[in-house]
Every structure is written in structure tokens, then in C-alpha cells.
Design a protein. Sequence first.
Length: 77
Amino acid sequence: MHTSLDHLFPNQSGTIETIDAGPELGRRMAALGLRPGRRIEVVRTAPLKGPMQIRIGHTELMIRRIDAAKICVNLVA
């Protein structure tokens, strides 16, 4: 099932399918390890549509929900 990263709940994970971002944001995301084919897990979310803490491999980072909405993931059961 495909959905955007901002719709995932804590402890849900998926594989990045596409990133629909402009060139500058796309380069920044790639530098952080956000690339198609990588597995991503939501660690926790802040209330009131705040940022999300995500894990890619052994790296954890915070991402704004507006940016997370641009990342399409395929959910992993």
C-alpha cells in the first residue's frame, strides 16, 4: 500500500518509493539518507502536526510534516 510518510504512525515502517521535492530539498533529503529504496521507520510524532522523528538504518532524524508529505512510501507489514 502506498501512502505519504506523514500518514504513518509511530512504529510503522515502509520503503521509500519516490520523493516529490524540488532540486534543493531533494539534494538535502538525499544527503540525509532519504533515497528511493531505503527503509524508513517512524519513531514518534509531535502533537499538533509537529515534526516527526524517523529512523533510516542506524540514523535518526527529525523531519517537518510538510517535507514528510513529499515522500511516498510503500508500507511494510
